[in-house]
Design a protein around this ligand. Structure first.
Ligand code: PLP
Length: 451
């Protein structure tokens, strides 16, 4: 079927894409034989590359035994094994695992567990979950209420309970040094101020991406930020939830984003790279201390039909084994440093590249009209869309969003799978440079007009 044929599918827009034929490693081919380098691992999902034979074999073996066993009817070996393995990779005490099919489900599960815990320990007044602006925590209404990205949430605001937001620690826009612990303290103290403003006994939890994802463009936590956040949460009895949906799973050079900063949350959620695109899979991992009182008080009032299904869990287990046996976390750190260096080189050549940031292979660069003031490009240039299209034409897939809360600014995530080699970094840079040349040539007259 070609893109001229009417499609009965609809997603965000009318834009059509070529039909995918096959994918191997970091490459994908459409039905016309054109090859694409998956420079964003889909949406930062396919962390171990496409069609890994060992994962496919593990899935096939499981499919021959059973593809579904409802969790209220059976325990299954893959779910038990994956839960054990996941708990082993999580900080001490976070040893209870609830499987889901995606990131939004994981976030919903976390906030519902937090609420039930508060009820179980007699703190019924705690209902507010503070999050950051900008942030992305999911598309379902509970997770969307936590998301700080107004273009996606505004139409639904009247249907949701507003949740308090504090600014994300975007030191590079505020002229602060992200390596100075004073910077981390400055932004973390905004949480304390907000808790006090809301009334500490009304605040249930704070949810944070240890390394930001699509909404901030791979924004790392500044020095001292997360440890200070942990202290503040403890001071006011507020639960700390790490949203590891995008940064968890090894891409940052540590299994969890929180590990980079030595901070353990009360609950963490993980998805994308956890199933790595082989199956819809995610998990909420909670501290034993939260789960026991909820179970004692009558049980966790929550569930999804596909939670913990054996096929998804067998695939997830094989993904984690692959990451371990192939040393992919260390590779993400090593190749990520090379890629980051090459993205930094772009700043010499293209004045529009205003910032390069991230950890490991969770990397992004931002385009600006003026690097000194970090003034965004004129909105009408639609850089976030144009550059992605040019790269796509050149056979490179990258991922973009508008930086400033979704309304202005343009950043681009360059996040190839964790199996990427140093040589393949050059295969990314060549089409990316060509795409930037094309975009800069197009943008130049508009920038001169604006000046
Ligand atoms: N949390 C973060 C940090 C994400 O990046 C995403 C998705 O991009 C989600 C939650 C929601 O995940 P899903 O789209 O799988 O529901």
């Amino acid at each position: 079927m070609s893109s001229e044929t009417k499609s009965h599918l609809f997603y965000q827009s009318r834009r059509r894409r070529p039909q995918l034929d096959r994918a191997r490693g970091i490459y994908m081919w459409d039905v016309d034989g054109k090859r694409y380098l998956d420079g964003s691992s889909g949406a930062m999902v396919c962390n171990i590359g496409h069609s890994n034979p060992r994962v496919l074999e593990a899935m096939r073996r499981q499919m021959e035994k059973s593809t579904f066993g409802y969790r209220l009817h059976f325990e299954t070996e893959p779910a038990e094994n994956l839960a054990r393995k996941t708990a082993g990779l999580a900080p001490e005490g976070l040893e209870r695992v609830f499987f889901v099919s995606g990131g939004s489900e994981a976030v919903e599960s976390a906030i519902k567990l937090a609420r039930q815990y508060a009820l179980a320990v007699g703190e019924a007044s705690r209902t507010k979950v503070i999050s950051r602006q900008p942030s992305y925590h999911g598309g379902t209404l509970g997770a969307l209420a936590l998301t700080g990205y107004a273009p996606l949430s505004a139409p639904f605001d009247p249907m949701m309970r507003p949740m308090p937001k504090i600014p994300a620690p975007r030191a590079y826009l505020d002229g602060l040094d992200p390596d100075d612990p004073e910077t981390g303290r400055h932004y973390a103290d905004m949480l304390e101020a907000r808790i006090l403003e809301e009334g500490p006994d009304t605040v249930l939890a704070f949810i944070v991406e240890p390394v930001g994802g699509a909404s901030t463009g791979a924004l790392p936590s500044p020095a001292g930020y997360l440890p200070r956040i942990r202290e503040i949460c403890d001071r006011y009895g507020v639960l700390l939830i790490h949203d590891e949906v995008m940064c968890g799973g090894g891409r940052t050079g540590a299994f969890l984003g929180g590990d980079l900063y030595g901070v353990a949350p009360d609950i963490l959620v993980i998805s994308k790279g956890f199933g790595a695109g082989y199956v819809p899979l995610g998990a909420m991992v909670a501290h034993e201390r939260l789960v026991e009182p909820v179970l004692d008080a009558g049980g966790f009032l929550h569930g999804f039909t596909y939670a913990g299904n054996p096929l998804a869990c067998a695939a997830g287990l094989a993904v984690l084994e692959e990451i371990e046996t192939e040393g992919l976390i260390a590779n993400a750190a090593r190749v990520g440093a090379v890629l980051r260096g090459r993205l930094n080189d772009l700043m010499q050549r293209f004045p529009l590249v205003g910032d390069v940031r991230g950890e490991g292979l969770l990397l992004a660069f931002e385009l600006v009209a003026d690097r000194k003031t970090m003034t965004p490009l004129p909105r009408a240039l639609n850089a976030f869309d144009r550059l992605v299209e040019y790269a796509y034409e050149e056979g490179l897939i990258i991922y973009s969003r508008r930086t400033r809360g979704g309304y202005a600014g343009d950043h681009f995530l360059v996040c190839p799978p964790m199996i990427t080699t140093e040589a393949q970094v050059e295969e990314i840079m060549t089409p990316l440079t060509r795409a930037l040349e094309r975009f800069c040539a197009e943008a130049a007259p508009h920038l001169t007009d604006a000046a």
